[in-house]
Ligand binder design. Sequence first.
Ligand SMILES: [Cu+2]
Length: 141
Amino acid sequence: MKIASVLLLVVVGCGRDPIVVRDAWIREPPPRSPAAGYLVIENQGGAPVALVGVATEVAERAEIHVMEYKDDRMTMRQVAELQIPAGKEVALKPGGTHLMLMELRQPLRHGDEVELVLRFGDGTERSVPMPVQKKGLYESD
Ligand SMILES: [Cu+2]
């Protein structure tokens, strides 16, 4: 009986997805401009997880960008991956780390919803619906 309960716990524990994604949205971009996307990735697991890729049908490519202070001003730099430590969350938000949808295949307008696929270092993928919203440059909600 005891062994059975332990086994059940192990099975349930493994089945639970440790990654929670929330607060996902894309800022309505100006015409012919790339679009920035934001979300919060929470790692409820006991091991670090890396976001290693982003893809969507609406853009030629999607990148992970971090902000960097360089030559007296803020610039964006593409990074290959983003680490989410065990038990922590990483917030991609205006003015900070963000996703960038490059060479859009269609205009994105307030009210649209974009399907974004997040790829993680362990090979798993997660599809996230991202509503397009019109907001001021540093408004986050
Ligand atoms: Cu960017």
